[in-house]
Design a protein around this ligand. Structure first.
Ligand code: GDP
Ligand code: ZN
Length: 458
């Protein structure tokens, strides 16, 4: 159990008019009570009650703010400790003043992630759940938020725990065999090892399959918009950003720089890069832009090649079509509102129909078909029906891969008649690796690293 009492502002600064100061620890109630002017003395307040009053500076009686104070006694609180939450109304100045008063009573300022870390250390949540809290804070789309929330509720842990149970039962079985070796038992044990390991391995493999989708939902599909100058790249980016108001980032750049914007396309986050026009050029400044575009092209998960319906294919575009034929590309034929001069049949001869989408960025038509094409390309069109238990955290993915390797070793060893006490080492290792996901066997330094990713007040 942790012993000191900590406090921090638990809401994002500068957003909204209500801000919350969270205080957690054995002295939370005792320290806040003298600052709280109300009909209720906090020391007598029942757990899980909301109390109305004012925060007052005890030195001169100045009223700082009108507040609502929630008392949650441990272990029925987020951290499993006594928690006092003060909702202030007076904006950023008031919330800072309230926090300062509380810190003056000897309460310590919480480190980033410390509330969640305490929740973990006190057994309220497991490590996968704690990490999901980070993902929740950072999630860029509704869909990613749902994935993270599900994990925070323990969906991944629920899959891991039974696997560990299977392994521990097998380990017990093996243990008995080592202590009381008889021929029959040895054979049974070997086939039990193979059976259980194959079982666990296949479940882990299924979990890993969701990793790619999980990554996309969490980090967004890195999308490069490429094409010749004037094809309508910027107009497409604007059309997408306007239809989908969830613009998260906007990295400023000049016309020759790469502009990045995030949009959510039917629940799929896209990180759109509008690149400088790709073409042969002698202009040095322009060439830098073009080289960046090529880099963006190579790194991209998705390429939107914008062509101008109103003009014939240009030599550069033929080259690009050649280069992109095996890449995750969608050909966006823009300016459909204008008379057509583009050799569409030439493109249709080389790309699948569902990879070619006609739009008018100017009139905003065809954007819905583009959304469908993207969803088709990444999720086979079935994103809405998917199981949301995605493994999306890099640490979890690495541990699952190691688990598979270890189980594979155990299976091979069992099949080739290697002594059981040697196989036992692999089994115990697999059990440990899975334990690291839920935080059963992790060291202090890893914990610090994980929890330091949190923002203050979480
Ligand atoms: P970029 O150089 O590829 O980024 O092209 P822009 O988006 O800047 O567009 C170049 C020009 O084409 C601008 O004058 C746009 O207004 C125009 N434009 C873009 N999309 C369309 C479209 O769908 N229809 C028509 N008629 N004009 C368009
Ligand atoms: Zn442009």
């Amino acid at each position: 159990m942790t012993e000191d009492t900590i406090a921090a502002v638990a809401t994002a600064l500068g957003e909204g008019s209500i801000a919350v100061v969270r205080v957690s620890g054995p002295e939370a109630i005792e320290r806040v009570a003298p600052l709280f002017k109300s009909r209720v003395d906090l020391r007598d307040a029942d757990t899980h009650t909301v109390n109305y009053g004012w925060i007052r500076d005890p030195r001169d009686g100045t009223i700082i703010d009108e507040v609502l104070v929630t008392v949650m006694k441990g272990p029925r609180s987020f951290t499993a400790e006594d928690v006092v939450e003060i909702s202030t109304h007076g904006g950023i100045v008031a919330v800072q003043a309230v926090l300062e008063l509380i810190l003056r009573t000897g309460v310590r300022m919480a480190e980033p992630g410390e509330f969640t870390k305490r929740a973990f250390l006190n057994g309220r949540i497991d490590l996968a759940q704690a990490e999901a809290v980070i993902d929740l804070i950072r999630s860029k789309s509704n869909r990613a938020f749902q994935v993270a929330r599900k994990q925070a509720e323990g969906a991944l842990s629920k899959k891991i725990v039974p696997l560990r149970q299977q392994l521990i039962e097998l380990l017990a079985h093996v243990e008995v065999n080592i202590d009381y070796p008889e021929h029959d038992v040895a054979e049974m044990t070997s086939s039990a090892i193979t059976g259980t390991c194959l079982d666990v391995k296949s479940t882990v493999e299924q979990l890993l399959k969701t990793a790619a989708e999980g990554k996309i939902l969490r980090e967004g599909i890195v999308t490069a918009i490429v094409g010749r100058p004037n094809a309508g790249k910027s107009s497409l980016l604007n059309a997408l950003a306007q239809e989908n108001k969830a613009i998260v980032t906007d990295i400023p750049g000049t016309t020759r720089d790469i502009v990045e914007e995030s949009v959510s396309l039917s629940g799929i986050p896209l990180r759109l890069l509008d690149t400088a026009g790709i073409r042969e050029t002698s202009d040095v400044v322009e060439r830098i832009g073009v080289e960046r575009s090529r880099g963006a092209l190579l790194d991209a998960d998705l390429i939107l090649l914008v062509l101008n319906h109103h003009e014939k294919l240009h030599e550069d575009e033929r080259k690009l079509l050649d280069e992109l034929v095996d890449r995750p590309v969608i050909i966006v034929v823009n300016k459909m509102d204008l008379e057509g001069h583009l050799e569409l049949d030439e493109i249709e001869a080389r790309f699948r129909k569902d990879r070619i989408v006609s739009i008018s960025a100017k009139e905003g038509t065809g954007i819905d078909r583009l959304e469908k094409a993207v969803s088709q390309l990444f999720f086979g069109g079935s994103i809405e029906s998917g199981d949301l238990t995605y493994v999306s955290n890099a640490r979890h993915i690495a541990l699952l891969h190691q688990t598979i390797q270890t189980l594979t070793d155990a299976i091979e060893a069992a099949n080739s008649g290697i002594p059981i006490d040697l196989i036992q080492i692999d089994l115990a290792r697999a059990w440990e690796l899975l334990g690291e996901i839920v935080g059963d066997s992790v060291g202090e330094s890893l914990l610090d690293q994980i929890f330091s990713q949190f923002c203050l007040g979480k």
